[in-house]
Design a protein. Structure first.
Length: 142
């Protein structure tokens, strides 16, 4: 049966399974560091900087007042590329293994202006202009 003819719930299951397989492979590989590349409790910016790349941190206010974090590996002359993480992750996902293994560094090395976006609710983007995490509206606004 063609994928387009499957019920929507089946297509969602297929997509979710594919995402989990990809994420599982990345996490397994992300645990293998050489002694010089070991990552501890460092932010995305600290990890990027530790590999010798320039990094900027930006806070973007969404239309509904959420303050979202973005990291940038700048290259003024290159085309911009935006990378965002998957469900329950953060921008760390794209930089933990270093320049030889992670997409953000590979793109930067090829001349791209790399932007790494953190979606709201994760460890980098959990602030709002007027609400706090204890306000129910903080978690219910869309």
């Amino acid at each position: 049966m063609e994928l387009s003819r499957l019920p929507i719930i089946s297509r969602c299951h297929i997509t979710l399974c594919c995402m989990l397989v990809v994420m599982a492979g990345h996490f397994q590989a992300a645990t293998i560091f050489s002694s010089t590349e070991r990552v501890s409790n460092r932010t995305t910016a600290e990890v990027v900087k530790s590999f010798g790349y320039p990094v900027e941190k930006h806070i973007i206010e969404s239309g509904d007042g959420f303050l979202l974090n973005m990291f940038r590996i700048p290259n003024q002359d290159g085309p911009a590329v935006l990378i965002t993480h998957g469900l329950l992750l953060a921008t760390d996902f794209w930089v933990l293994r270093g320049p030889k293994h992670d997409l953000a560094f590979m793109l930067a090395d090829r001349g791209y202006d790399v932007w790494l976006a953190d979606t709201r609710g994760n460890c980098y983007s959990h602030k709002h202009k007027t609400l706090t995490e204890t306000d129910a509206k903080f978690w219910l606004q869309f």
